[in-house]
Structure formats: structure tokens, C-alpha cells
Design a protein around this ligand. Structure first.
Ligand code: ZN
Ligand code: ZN
Length: 174
């Protein structure tokens, strides 16, 4: 029996031993799968940088096609393709720098949530559970509506009930 080695790149597994591993990791198929894997995660900046180091493919420029396709060592990108890429890079940069503009309201921060949670727990510990009902409403509306509309969420992903879970963890027993 023994362990099995699973290769994410190739989506296949084999018996894990030095010989098999070496054979697989040095294989042409694995190399190709690995390159394709990273290729799919490259961002526009990486693509553009790579294209700019290549000379334009003369054949592709003249005839509009080239037998080497995507593996051609010359660039198949037109000036316009490059310009599009640069635009894409700008867009990606904006998205990275201003994540709150993508649907998250700035006031919904973790520290905010923690301080509210602290208050609620203090109320719970003092034994007056009724008090926190006032806070329950705003707490509940905290959840972005589009998340609530996702059907059939597994229980672990469901938001907590408005009043919090029934049982607070009992750490003082024993
Ligand atoms: Zn592999
Ligand atoms: Zn070419």
C-alpha cells in the first residue's frame, strides 16, 4: 500500500516513492501541466512584461497567422493588444488599491464588529440577556443582503441568528 502522491498540476496520483516522484516531476507532461497552471494565474502585468521582451513575429504580422501559435517565441500581440493590456493593468491596480469600493462599505470593519461583540458579551455575562435585544436589530442588518440571498448555504456558513447563538461558551465550569 503506502502513501500516494497527488500532483495538483496534473490532477493525478501515484504511489509515493522516490523513483515515481522523480520520474513524474521530471516528465514532460508534468512540466507542461505546471506551466499551464501558472500561466492561468498570471496577471496582465506579467503577460505584458513577457510580450515586451519578445520581438514581433514577422510571419504573424504579415499573414495574420503563425504555425507556432501561443508557443511562438516571437510576440503575436499588436500595438492595440498591448494597449488593451495596459488598460487592464490599470484596472487591476485600482481594484487592489481600493478594495472598499468593491461592495464593502468602509465602516464595516473587524474592530467594529469586535467591539460590538464585546459589548454584547458583557451584557450576556451580567445576566441581562434582554438588554441585547436592542442591539440585535442593527447587528443583524450588518450582513450584506446579497449574502443572505444565497440559497442552500451549508449550516456552517449561515449567519448567526439575530440574538446570537443560544449557548455562550461555558468556560467557568468545573
Ligand atoms: Zn504532475
Ligand atoms: Zn509567431
Amino acid at each position: 500500500m503506502g502513501k500516494r502522491y497527488y500532483c495538483d498540476y496534473c490532477d493525478r496520483s501515484f504511489q509515493d516513492n522516490m523513483h515515481n516522484r522523480k520520474k513524474h516531476l521530471n516528465g514532460v507532461q508534468h512540466d507542461r501541466a505546471k506551466k499551464a497552471w501558472f500561466h492561468s494565474f498570471r496577471d496582465a502585468a506579467a503577460i505584458l512584461a513577457e510580450e515586451q521582451t519578445k520581438k514581433p513575429c514577422r510571419k504573424f504580422n504579415l499573414t495574420g497567422q503563425c504555425g507556432f501559435g501561443t508557443s511562438c517565441r516571437f510576440s503575436h500581440m499588436t500595438e492595440r493588444d498591448m494597449a488593451n493590456l495596459e488598460q487592464q493593468i490599470e484596472d487591476e491596480k485600482c481594484q487592489r488599491e481600493e478594495p472598499e469600493k468593491r461592495g464593502m462599505s468602509p465602516e464595516r470593519s473587524v474592530s467594529d464588529w469586535l467591539s460590538r461583540r464585546e459589548k454584547r458579551q458583557a451584557a450576556l455575562n451580567s445576566g441581562r440577556v434582554l438588554e441585547e435585544e436592542e442591539e440585535a436589530a442593527p447587528e443583524h442588518s450588518d450582513i450584506p443582503p446579497h449574502l443572505l440571498s444565497i440559497p442552500d448555504l451549508p449550516p456552517s456558513l449561515l449567519p448567526p441568528p439575530p440574538k446570537g447563538w443560544d449557548q455562550a461558551p461555558c468556560t467557568e465550569w468545573g
